[in-house]
Design a protein around this ligand. Structure first.
Ligand SMILES: C[S@@+](CC[C@H](N)C(=O)[O-])C[C@H]1O[C@@H](n2cnc3c(N)ncnc32)[C@H](O)[C@@H]1O
Length: 857
């Protein structure tokens, strides 16, 4: 009998996080029984309940083993029994999760809440005596269902370090960078921070005066051995003090190694330093002590269980230092490694991988978006937020921190590389030969979150690591990472951008692959015209939520009738198309060869090009007009109605190789970025012949609300010749959209190759088609480019930005069109979808008059 597709889907989801079928099976059975076969409860939040239960089962087994081994020890047994007698833990966790919805934010006054529930009876396999092999099955704990649609902000968690992490990992895939950034960036950036001589306050120790750092100070020498002198020399360039933060001596931040109990500090008005200590445990006698000649800020003690390679007696100390110019240093010293003959430097990637495995196994962070690097970024963002938010008079001058974003704003760094406006977070961990690890953050903005894993099989857990800086720090980091064997260093260097010369950029941008391995195929770049290098941006293969954009990615948001739970294998081989084809009139949009069906493609082309066939949707309240903020709203100019494609997704029973999954598999054709000879700047071309209807790439960028784009453009309207944003307005006009639902993609700072595709009037060889993948909501979709005809190798790929003529007085960024099409009106035009216009952004170009000289296809 064919397996139940729901069961198969559950197995698949668990397999994605590394859990085998035989482990899942018994647990699933129990859950089904417990939930009375209510699959929805099991499926929601990407099978979180199931994952919890499986891990729980593991733990229980491990505890049981240990119990048996320690049979002789009555006390231990009693303790074990207590631990074991907590069958409700998952239930509690779930309950806490829902409670956490109403918890105040992390910097509010509930820091002490829930401290009693910080017991974490976790035992890992490696803790067990080797001779203890006997296993006893343990019934899984009953747990309560989590009600659907309960997004939990990580910043609304109780601050238990352990649980905080657990809960963070258990969030639904809803963009939640927000609590750091509910305010617009402009507001965040405007926090003026005074450069004052810091007042020495309890808990803060000032290093001796040093020279004022410029952005160069962010450079961490990669190959130099770390010595105390190195550190002191490094910081001696500072003229202003580095504040090293000690924990409040009155607060208890500790973990007892023996019983795995973690206590947390709390209380209102928690200073930034303490916020950063969350999740760490102190070592008695280590608070405020000096480590490697550096004043220690706070001490961390991970249990020997958690740091399995670190001997039990070895403390790990966490220090957080900051300078008035916003440099934040997080330094983790594993003292036990000092002088050990077996000490060797692991690579950054090894450490991160191990740590992420640990997070998965120990803390049960199953959120595919989780990554340690993001965690560190968040930590720095948290620090900077608290450091710059303080309105408390008594705090003034105590931290004396200027977020680096201010430094960056004042510097010419961004301008010189054409990066205006938003800050980028350059957070790079590095480690030294004596076992210290440093993280330096140079800006206040956390990188946006990766939405979901779309990069093919097995990429779930990796998704969030897919961020590279092009032309900046991370590229260098990658380079170093690759070279670590040669240099015997896993140091990572933040290269100040203004130091980058064109020749540096050439080496940073790998000419063979500007994506640095982020795509399935390499994408090269060439400049046969002049000496210009690619503009600086971060290559990302998938869209990322910037801050406020609201997109619901929970699986439970997809109704059963809107996906194909019962399908297996390839939906395209079905005699009757599954419900996923309903969007395209009961026929799939794709052929078995992975091309767009001719009929569907022609329909899309004519809906775009043929004025007779163009239909527009008119907003009652156009989000673009609303931005103008005047009393009398200008009427909506209309948004072109488009045909959507609906691809199968995770909730569907079909396989990842199903033919109705094309865009989500990413780029497969050979592309090249090149410098155009006509003066359009960079362009994109194909290196192979492409048939008609072939998927080329999607437009990837940050998902912004329209308001955010407006603010962004207001801040940086003067910078940059080219504009890189596109409205996701294909469904606007079908109702009144809230601001957070009126979305667009901006590829200015984070984007993929599509940002290089130039405009061509009317007869472009690409057409953009909206594609629904992870959410049925039409406010967010993928904008995918397909060929409108056969395209020969080396032809430039172009799409029609939908230029219109009536741009007199429009503040929209205009350019002299150099497309060369015989349909080109070749005059100054403004673009609606590339909204570089802060003052008066246009509605989608598609709403505008079609140039008169355009003929119907
Ligand atoms: C999405 S970017 C395309 C990549 C851009 N050429 C580059 O060098 O980064 C859009 C910008 O490219 C330029 N551009 C695109 N199509 C053009 C055309 N047909 N003629 C002139 N400039 C064009 C305009 O400056 C426009 O703002």
């Amino acid at each position: 009998m064919a397996p139940n597709p729901k069961v198969a889907a559950a197995f698949r989801a668990m397999k994605d996080i590394g859990v085998k079928e035989d482990k899942v099976k018994p647990v699933l059975k129990k859950l089904l029984k417990l939930y009375d076969k209510n699959w929805q409860l099991i499926e929601e939040e990407n099978y979180r309940v199931l994952a919890d239960a499986v891990f729980e089962e593991d733990e229980n087994e491990a505890v049981e083993k240990r119990k048996i081994c320690n049979d002789a020890d009555e006390d231990d047994l009693e303790e074990e029994t207590q631990v074991h007698d907590e069958p409700e833990r998952p239930l509690k966790r779930l309950r806490l999760r829902s409670q956490s919805q109403v918890s105040p934010p992390v910097n509010a006054s509930n820091h002490s809440a829930g401290s009693s529930s910080l017991k974490r009876p976790k035992v890992e396999e490696d803790e067990l005596p080797k001779n203890c092999l006997q296993q006893q099955p343990q019934p899984i704990s009953p747990r309560q269902p989590v009600s659907p649609c309960q997004p939990i902000s990580p910043h609304h968690q109780p601050i238990s370090p352990q649980r905080g992490i657990v809960n963070k990992g258990k969030q639904p895939l809803i963009p939640q960078v927000a609590s750091l950034g509910k305010r617009p960036m402009s507001e965040r950036a405007s926090h003026a921070v005074r450069i004052k001589e810091p007042t020495v306050e309890p808990g803060i120790v000032l290093l001796p005066k040093q020279k004022v750092p410029d952005i160069h100070a962010l450079r961490t020498p990669k190959d130099e051995p770390f010595t105390d002198d190195t550190y002191n020399n490094d910081v001696s360039r500072y003229e202003v003090p580095i504040a090293v933060i000690h924990p409040d001596p009155s607060s208890k931040v500790g973990a007892s190694v023996g019983n795995d109990t973690v206590e947390k500090q709390g209380g209102p008005g928690i200073p930034a330093s303490q916020c950063l200590n969350e999740g760490n445990s102190s070592v008695p006698g280590k608070v405020g002590s000096s480590v490697d000649g550096i004043l220690a800020s706070s001490s961390v003690r991970e249990s020997n269980r958690k740091l399995s390679t670190v001997p039990e007696e070895s403390p790990a100390n966490l220090e957080i230092g900051s300078s008035p110019t916003g440099e934040v240093k997080i330094s983790l010293s594993c003292n036990s490694t000092l002088g050990r003959p077996d000490f060797h430097l692991p690579s950054r990637d090894e450490v991160i991988k191990l740590m992420e495995d640990k997070c998965l196994r120990t803390y049960k962070i199953i959120d595919p978006n989780f990554s340690v690097v993001n965690l560190l970024n968040d930590m720095c963002a948290c620090f900077l937020q608290l450091a710059t938010d303080s309105t408390d008079e008594s705090q003034e001058g105590s931290l004396n921190i200027i977020p680096t974003l201010d430094v960056l704003k004042k510097s010419s760094v961004r301008d010189s590389l054409g990066i205006g406006g938003k800050e980028q977070s350059l957070c790079t961990p590095s480690c030294t030969p004596n076992g210290s690890a440093n993280v330096q953050c140079s800006a206040a903005m956390s990188p946006p979150r990766v939405l979901s894993s779309l990069n093919g099989p097995g990429s779930n857990i990796q998704a969030s690591k897919k961020i590279n800086v092009i032309g900046g720090a991370e590229s260098e980091r990658e380079k170093e990472s690759e070279n670590h064997e040669l240099t015997n260093s896993c140091s990572l260097v933040v290269v100040p951008q203004f130091q980058i010369t064109p020749s540096d950029v050439r080496s940073i941008y790998d000419a063979d692959d500007l994506t640095k391995g982020e795509e399935r195929v390499k994408i090269s770049w060439v400049n046969e015209i002049n000496n210009d290098c690619l503009p600086a941006f971060m290559y990302i293969p998938q869209n990322l939520v910037f801050e406020n954009a609201h997109v619901n990615f929970t699986l439970s948001h997809i109704r059963d009738e809107d996906c194909c739970l019962a399908c297996l294998g390839d939906c395209l081989s079905l005699s009757t198309p599954c419900p996923c084809a309903n969007e395209t009139g009961g026929q799939f949009a794709y052929t078995k060869e992975g091309l767009l069906r001719e009929e569907f493609l022609e329909e899309c082309i004519s809906m775009t090009r043929d004025p007779q066939r163009q239909q527009h949707l008119y907003c009652r309240e156009c989000p673009i007009r609303r931005l103008k903020n005047d009393d009398c709203l200008e009427p909506c100019k209309g948004h072109l109605r488009r045909k959507f494609i609906n691809e199968c997704w995770s909730k569907c029973g079909c396989s990842r190789n199903c033919g109705n999954r094309v865009v989500q598999r990413g780029i497969t054709c050979k592309l090249q970025v090149f410098c155009t000879s006509e003066g359009k700047g960079w362009g994109l071309r194909t290196l192979e012949d492409l048939p008609k209807g072939a998927f080329v790439c999607e437009y990837v960028g940050e998902i912004l609300t329209n308001t955010e784009l407006f603010e962004r453009n207001t801040q940086s309207k003067k910078s940059g010749k080219h504009t890189y944003s596109v409205l996701l307005d294909a469904d606007w006009g079908s109702g009144v959209l809230k601001n957070e639902e009126a979305l667009c993609l901006d590829a200015t700072y984070f984007g993929n190759v599509a940002r290089f595709i130039n405009h061509r009037c009317w007869d472009a060889n690409l057409i953009e088609i909206p594609v629904k993948v992870e959410t049925p909501d039409l406010t967010y979709y993928h904008l995918a480019f397909f060929t409108t005809r056969m395209v020969a190798a080396l032809e430039e790929l172009t799409w029609d930005y939908s230029i219109y003529l009536d741009d007199d007085g429009q503040p929209v960024k205009a350019f002299q069109c150099l497309c060369g099409s015989k349909h080109c009106i070749n005059m100054k035009r403004s673009i609606n979808i590339l909204t570089g216009c802060p003052e008066e952004p246009k509605c989608s170009l598609t709403s505008m008059a079609v140039p008169k000289n355009q003929s119907v296809l």
